[in-house]
Design a protein around this ligand. Structure first.
Ligand SMILES: CC(C)=CCC/C(C)=C/CC/C(C)=C/CC/C(C)=C/CC/C(C)=C/CC/C(C)=C/CC/C(C)=C/COP(=O)(O)OP(=O)(O)O
Ligand SMILES: O=P(O)(O)OC[C@@H](O)CO
Ligand SMILES: [Mg+2]
Length: 233
């Protein structure tokens, strides 16, 4: 848990997208605190193993965000397990998890597995569509999920997810104010260092995904921006 607590900036690599060796090296050596491997669709054991082997050439901590048990493999430092709090389908809150623990329960090392309470706020993103997330939430709705995550379920991570679009910094601030124990991840639409710094004011951990594939040089600049924003806190 301590290692995750210290994460301020992370890159999320999608096994369903390609990145060349030179860029992967620059990403892993950028000073980011960790690399998360995860995506909603097209995640296979082959593309996960390929990324894992290539990331392992560097010393950056590496996490697998488990979205498909078929693509589970040993070798990651930690495993992050999404629970979509605002899904309309029990399958994405408890069902798939129950199946996975039935299959792997005997070999699981719980010390390296961390639940992420997701609240998905972009109704158009793949994860929202797959999980039938109720993304039309008011601020009060979101804060209620935050309180459930922290006080009732005692989750280590609350993940405010806007995957693909830049979110509302005022809401991130509100969410942070409701949290004391649970770590706040913010992810979605960060393409510039300025945006990364804005979200880092409130989020404990800023996640940069698509920008890696769409504006690589800008994505790299988010690392220092987050560092500086945290120094100013
Ligand atoms: C054998 C071994 C090593 C065992 C280790 C033990 C272990 C870790 C066991 C797992 C236990 C467990 C409880 C697993 C859970 C299984 C599971 C499938 C749960 C469901 C997860 C879930 C709710 C998935 C829904 C989708 C989701 C929330 C995805 C999040 C990622 C995300 C939004 C990524 C953004 O990328 P993408 O959506 O692909 O975006 P693009 O449009 O850009 O592609
Ligand atoms: O891809 P983007 O929009 O940067 O979002 C990052 C991450 O929160 C996705 O799970
Ligand atoms: Mg994807």
């Amino acid at each position: 848990m301590e290692e995750i607590r210290a994460w301020r900036h992370v890159f999320k690599l999608d096994p369903n997208k390609s990145i060349d060796d030179e860029r992967l090296e620059r990403l892993c050596e950028s000073g980011t605190d960790a690399v998360i491997v995860g995506g909603t669709d097209g995640v296979t054991i082959d593309n996960v193993l390929d990324l894992l082997a290539r990331i392992r050439r560097f010393s950056v901590p590496c996490a697998l965000e488990v979205t498909d048990v078929e693509a589970l493999t040993p070798g990651f430092d930690v495993y992050l397990v999404p629970i979509v709090l605002n899904s309309r389908q029990a399958e994405w809150i408890i069902g798939r998890h129950h199946e996975a623990v039935k299959q792997y329960g005997d070999v699981m090392n719980w010390d390296e597995i961390f639940a992420e309470g997701y609240c998905i706020l972009n109704p158009e993103c793949k994860a929202a569509k797959l999980t039938e997330a109720d993304a039309g939430l008011s601020e009060d709705d979101v804060v209620a999920y935050v309180r459930l995550a922290q006080h009732l379920y005692k989750l280590p991570i609350f993940y405010l997810e806007y995957s693909g679009i830049y979110g509302d910094p005022a809401l991130v601030e509100k969410v942070k104010q409701a949290l004391s124990e649970t770590q706040l991840f913010y992810g979605g639409g960060i393409t510039t260092p300025e945006q990364a710094a804005e979200m880092a004011r409130w989020a404990d951990t800023v996640v940069v995904g698509n920008a890696i594939y769409e504006s690589f040089e800008q994505a790299l600049l988010t690392v220092d921006a987050v560092k500086r924003a945290n120094e100013a806190k």
